[in-house]
Design a protein around this ligand. Structure first.
Ligand SMILES: C[S@@+](CC[C@H](N)C(=O)[O-])C[C@H]1O[C@@H](n2cnc3c(N)ncnc32)[C@H](O)[C@@H]1O
Length: 267
């Protein structure tokens, strides 16, 4: 609890201060993952009978994607692997078909159930901040459309993602399978508690905004340099994007930029 109180204090101090803050907090002890645990999904994800998605990667979609990447991603992201992932993954396959014409605008788009697929340039920036190496284990909180998970899978083969809305988890599963990302692990659960069975993680990315730093996520970061990118702030208002880094018992938080994310909901 002590580190959590310190984190809350650090966050409120940081909110008052203008320049980037690097408060130091302490995580609790990480319970080691149980050896030989067999993963059983908490819910059976039914694939929708009709998937309202387009999987063909037409020349016009490819051209639109290339234009998006050259204009909004390439200038903002140095890691060529991340840029290549944005060039490769067909964002248009992750959105309802009535939005196809907007697939490669640099905007969030609705995906149903009151949720959105994130802005592509922000997906790229957040992905780069994770500094993923091949073989790293990454956890995403907020699968949504599955797009961010596909981008992560272009960088490492150990991708875990959780979504609280069952229908979205099911659609994302079907889309990722159709595109060949069959080894991305998805579960329907409240991501506040992370996914302990597969912890610790080299990196955690949170794509909905809680009003405080969830302590189970800090606990599930690898103690030797685990990194988390997370928006924190009030519902429906501007939030702050933070880079959280863990070294042993020390956790530092770096304030990055203002963002707007959908609320982090709870069961
Ligand atoms: C901005 S959307 C996700 C964008 C997604 N990463 C993508 O690529 O499409 C945020 C998602 O977080 C989910 N979410 C909110 N609270 C959650 C929680 N406690 N656990 C898991 N998912 C949550 C929402 O249902 C929503 O689908």
């Amino acid at each position: 609890m002590r580190w959590l109180l310190l984190a809350a204090l650090a966050l409120s101090l940081a909110a008052c201060a203008g320049p980037p803050a690097t408060p130091t907090v302490r995580p609790g002890a990480i319970p080691p993952p149980e050896e030989g645990t067999i993963y059983v999904p908490t819910a059976v994800l039914a694939t929708p009978a009709q998937l309202d998605r387009m999987f063909e990667d037409t020349p016009s979609m490819q051209a639109a994607r290339e234009a998006l990447v050259s204009r909004f991603v390439d200038p903002r992201v140095a890691d060529e692997r991340v840029v290549a992932a944005l060039r490769k993954v067909p964002r248009h396959s992750f959105i309802p078909t009535y939005l196809l014409e907007s697939a490669y605008n640099d905007h969030p788009l609705p995906i149903g159930y009151g949720q959105t697929i994130s802005q592509p340039s922000l997906v790229a920036i957040m992905t780069e901040l994770l500094a993923l190496e091949p073989g790293d284990r990454v956890l995403e909180i907020g699968t949504g459309s599955g797009y961010q998970a596909a981008i992560l899978r272009e960088l490492t083969d150990q991708v875990y993602t959780v979504e609280i809305i069952p229908e979205l988890a099911a659609i994302a599963r079907a889309v990722l399978d159709r595109l060949g990302y069959t080894d991305v692990h998805i579960d329907r659960r409240d991501g506040y508690y992370g996914w302990l069975e597969h912890a610790p993680y080299d990196a955690i990315i949170v794509t909905a905004a809680p009003d405080h730093l969830p302590s189970p996520l800090v606990d599930q970061l690898k103690p030797d340099g685990g990194r988390m990118v997370i928006p924190i702030g009030p519902v429906g208002d501007v939030q702050t994007l933070w880079l959280v880094e863990r070294q042993g018992d020390e956790v530092t938080m770096q304030r990055l930029m203002d963002v707007r994310f959908v609320p982090f909901t709870r069961e």
